[in-house]
Structure formats: structure tokens, C-alpha cells
Design a protein around this ligand. Structure first.
Ligand code: PMP
Length: 501
């Protein structure tokens, strides 16, 4: 590296409104950050810098001073100015932590973030994140959808659109929903940036601190976080053999909860499907009490035997079901497109809430999805993934019986992404996670899905992300660890701090 050559390449403009010391500092900072000038490099003394660049000594001194303030260089007295180690952070001159408003600090949030961030790290086998396998993303279809002559890029589609969503997508999505048996009209749809955003908007619209919400227990981690961060009080409805409607009714009378959040089809994490009878009974009870139901339904199209019963939305007789859907599991999560299907007045208010944080969801994703639906690519893709995920589910189930049969109990899920397994004592799920993560296999311990500090002997294994041989390898490794005796006390409460995976 020839530092003089780098310095002479800088274009310093004495006529610019930007002071020269700032221009020099910015040029040097760019070279340091992109590693053209590696850490540890000794920079020329200020006298040489000023001569090389034809600026005053004071300008050179000020440029180095600014770089030092940004922690990009350090000065050693009597020795010179050196580039500091990449990534070293500036000393905190503003006490940010003290300025933040008090925050609901979920012990689970680091777990969720890490699961999202590292699901497909090379060589690691993640049975943790509920992610489709990137190898199954329909890249060929996407390419041909964009190339088709009747797909016209239209400048108007790239400006601002309605907060409620790209109109053609609201139409094509509504058509597809109706085809799958979910009643819907374009006006009743709000396109959101993932159903997680839908949940957030629902919380913003309906929940004040100390309001009650009923959830199935266990349930989806992201929902628990959305509710608790809004200060809601969460009432748990244990799901042993279906909805416990007498307990729900008791909650309704005693606490008058604002919402009941449920995932009736291929539940996350248990994989359970509520029967038609249960759904009808739930709707009857909810209708009597005018209870608003949030039906979260990311998985119902991923069935591996027969089609699941109709959605609660389809059975709704009193207009109280708000339905959430997403393309994250059936296409790919990076699209960040989901939808809320609700009465028009609810959509209006949710759209107002959305405007405060997001003028509208991304146009390119929405126009792409509209083509995907209009050209009817979705049914073919769904057939492909159903066939593949069914094989993977069976492979995981067989491997569990073969390698972990003495330690693990589970019921075969009829759809979705997960097997919900109970670990027999004395093995500890937490200890199993600690050892298996070190060996390169991760999963989510059951405690992450409970809000009430229930003692959990369960673990959630996702069979969607990896191919059959990797799945079998992951389960074999879990079996080896279980056989070697990974004992410990199961965690009683998530607030005791979860292992980071
Ligand atoms: N609800 C449930 C039940 C989920 O499992 C997930 C994703 N794991 C979501 C909502 C969030 O999905 P999205 O990517 O659409 O935000």
C-alpha cells in the first residue's frame, strides 16, 4: 500500500463549501473503512500531509483530530498517528442508554433476533428459526415472471401508492383468498410489511397498557412480545385438548379481554389443528360475548395430508374475526409482505396507524406478488413445497424415533413447519440446547413460547429449513447428546435468561 499515492488521489476542492479539513478527513475515513488503509498503518506526519495535499498545517492537524474523535485513528505521543483496529467503536460521549425511554425488555427478544439473523449459518444445522429452505425459493418462476412480455414495468408503480396496498395486489390477493375459502374483498385487505407488522398495528389500534388479551399457551413468540411490549396483561389458555372454552368464558366474564389471539391451523409451536367442531364452538362463544378474535394463519396452505378445516374467518357469523396472513412461509420471508383481512372500518384505522411508521409496504415486492398471483404461479409452487416438506417432516420424525426414541415424545404434525417434542426426564432441554448449539445444531426451547413462566420440557424443531440428510444428521447429533446424559433442571421462567442461539 502506497499511502502517498492514496493521498494524491484525493480531490480536495478549496472552493467547496465543505471545509478542507473535513474533506481530507472524509477521504481518509472512506479509505480506512473500506480497508484500503489497514488498521495499524502509520499515517504521514501532519507536516507531510499538508505538503502532499497543498494545505496548511492547521488543516492537516484538524483533519487528524476529527479522525481521532471518530476513533478511526489514534495518536501516540512521540511516535505518530496510527489507524485504529477496524470496528473499534467511539468512546460514548452521549449516554444513549440513559436517554432511551423505559422499554419493555423482553428476555426473549435477543433469542428472536438471533434466530432471525443466523438461521442458515454455514455448516450449522438450524432447527430453530421457522424459515423455508432458500433452496426452495421459486427463483426460476420469479425470473420468468419478471421477464414475461405482459409484465410491464410502469413508472407509476414506483411512486407512492395507497397505504392500504397496491390496488392490483389487493384485488389478486382477494381473488386467491376467496379461492382458498377465506372470505375477502379488496377493501377489506391491508397489505403489511409481514404479518408481524399486522400484529403490531392491531396492538397499536386496540391495546392500552393493562388491557387484557387471551392467548393460547404455548404460542408464537413474536405475538407475546408485541402484546407485552404494549403493556397488555396476557391471560393464558392452556391447549391440552383443544380450546378450553369454559376457561375462556370465565376469562371473558371476569376480565373482559380486548382480544383473543389464536393460530388455529398448524399452530406455532405445537403444530395443532383445531377441529371444525372446536372452531364452531369458539365462534359461537365469541359471538355471544362480542369477543374480537385475531386469527393468525401463516401455515394453513402447508398441509401434508388432507386440507385443514375452514378458517375462523370463514366461519365468522358476527364479523369479529381479524385475519392475518403472510407470504413469508409459502414463498420467502425476505418479501416482507403479509395482509390483514378485517372489516373496512378496522382496515381504515389500521392504515392510519401504519402511516405513522410506514407510508406503505414496498412497491416492488407488491407488484411482483401481484404478477405471481395473477399468473397463477402460487398453486404449482405450493404443490412443490408441500411434497418436499412432507418428506422432510417424515424424515425428521423417523430420525427422532430412531436416534432419540428413548428420550423424546412427539405427535406428527399434519402441516406447517414444526414438530413439538417433549423431552423425558432427567434430560434437560436447556442443557441439550447448550451442548447441541456448541456442536452446531440449534432449536428453540419450549419455554420461549410461554408467558407465564411455565416449566417446559418441550422443544420446537423446524423441519423446513434443511434437506432430508441434514435433518437426519441434526437429529442423530441430538440423540448422541441425549444418550450421553444432558441432565439439569428445566427452566421455570424465561426471565431467568435464555441461552443465545
Ligand atoms: N405469526 C406466526 C404464527 C408466525 O409463525 C410468524 C413467523 N414465524 C409470523 C406471524 C410473522 O411472519 P412475518 O414474516 O409475515 O412477519
Amino acid at each position: 500500500m502506497d499511502i502517498t499515492k492514496i493521498l494524491t488521489s484525493f480531490k480536495i476542492d478549496p472552493k467547496s463549501t465543505l471545509p478542507m479539513y473535513l474533506q481530507i478527513a472524509n477521504c481518509l475515513a472512506a479509505k480506512i473503512i473500506d480497508l484500503h488503509i489497514p488498521s495499524g498503518t502509520k499515517l504521514p506526519p501532519e507536516r507531510i500531509l499538508s505538503q502532499t495535499l497543498g494545505v496548511s498545517r492547521t488543516t492537516a492537524i484538524n483533519a487528524y483530530k476529527l479522525l481521532e474523535d471518530r476513533s478511526l485513528v489514534s495518536t501516540k505521543i512521540g511516535s505518530g498517528t496510527y489507524v485504529t483496529a477496524a470496528g473499534s467503536s467511539p468512546s460514548p460521549s452521549i449516554p444513549w442508554e440513559q436517554l432511551f425511554i423505559p422499554q419493555y425488555n423482553s428476555p426473549l427478544s435477543s433469542l428472536l433476533r438471533t434466530m432471525v439473523a443466523s438461521p442458515t449459518a454455514e455448516n450449522a444445522i438450524s432447527l430453530a428459526a421457522g424459515m423455508p429452505d432458500p433452496a426452495l425459493y421459486p427463483l426460476d418462476i420469479i425470473e420468468s415472471a419478471f421477464k414475461r412480455s405482459n409484465y410491464q414495468l410502469n413508472a407509476a408503480d414506483f411512486g407512492h401508492i395507497h397505504t392500504e396496498g397496491y390496488q392490483p395486489l389487493r384485488h389478486s390477493l382477494s381473488k386467491w383468498l376467496v379461492k382458498t375459502g377465506v372470505p375477502s374483498r379488496p377493501d377489506n385487505l391491508l397489505i403489511v410489511s409481514g404479518s408481524q407488522q399486522g400484529l403490531y398495528l392491531i396492538v397499536k389500534t386496540f391495546i392500552e397498557p393493562r388491557d387484557y388479551i387471551v392467548v393460547e399457551s404455548p404460542t408464537y413468540l413474536g405475538a407475546i412480545q408485541a402484546f407485552e411490549s404494549a403493556g397488555a396483561r396476557v391471560l393464558c389458555l392452556p391447549q391440552t385438548n383443544g380450546y378450553d372454552l369454559s376457561m375462556l368464558e370465565d376469562y371473558l366474564v371476569r376480565y373482559r379481554p380486548k382480544l383473543f389471539y389464536t393460530i388455529p391451523t398448524f399452530q406455532n409451536p405445537t403444530g395443532r389443528v383445531a377441529s371444525l367442531r372446536e372452531r364452531q364452538d369458539l365462534i359461537r362463544l365469541a359471538s355471544r360475548h362480542r369477543l374480537v378474535i385475531i386469527e393468525d394463519d401463516p401455515y394453513s396452505q402447508l398441509y401434508y395430508n388432507q386440507q385443514p378445516p375452514p378458517t375462523l374467518k370463514a366461519l365468522d357469523t358476527y364479523g369479529g374475526v381479524i385475519y392475518l396472513g403472510t407470504f413469508s412461509k409459502i414463498l420467502f420471508p425476505g418479501l416482507r409482505i403479509g395482509w390483514v383481512n378485517a372489516p373496512h372500518s378496522v382496515i381504515n384505522r389500521l392504515a392510519q396507524e401504519k402511516q405513522y411508521i410506514d407510508l406503505h409496504s414496498n412497491n416492488i415486492a407488491q407488484t411482483f406478488l401481484n404478477t405471481f398471483l395473477e399468473e397463477d404461479y402460487l398453486p404449482g409452487h405450493l404443490n412443490t413445497v408441500r411434497t418436499e416438506y412432507k418428506k422432510r417432516r417424515d424424515t425428521m420424525a423417523n430420525a427422532l424415533k430412531r436416534y432419540c426414541g428413548d428420550y423424546v415424545n412427539f405427535e406428527l404434525s399434519e402441516g406447517g413447519f414444526y414438530l413439538w417434542c417433549t423431552i423425558a426426564p432427567p434430560a434437560s432441554p436447556t442443557e441439550l440446547l447448550r451442548q447441541s448449539t456448541a456442536a452446531g445444531v440449534s432449536f428453540v426451547p419450549g419455554e420461549a413460547f410461554y408467558t407465564n413462566g411455565a416449566i417446559s420440557r418441550e422443544i420446537r424443531l423446524c423441519f423446513a429449513t434443511h434437506n432430508e440428510s441434514r435433518l437426519a444428521e441434526g437429529i442423530r447429533l441430538l440423540g448422541r447428546i441425549l444418550a450421553s446424559g444432558c441432565t439439569g433442571t428445566p427452566s421455570a421462567s424465561p426471565s431467568t435468561g435464555l441461552p443465545i442461539i
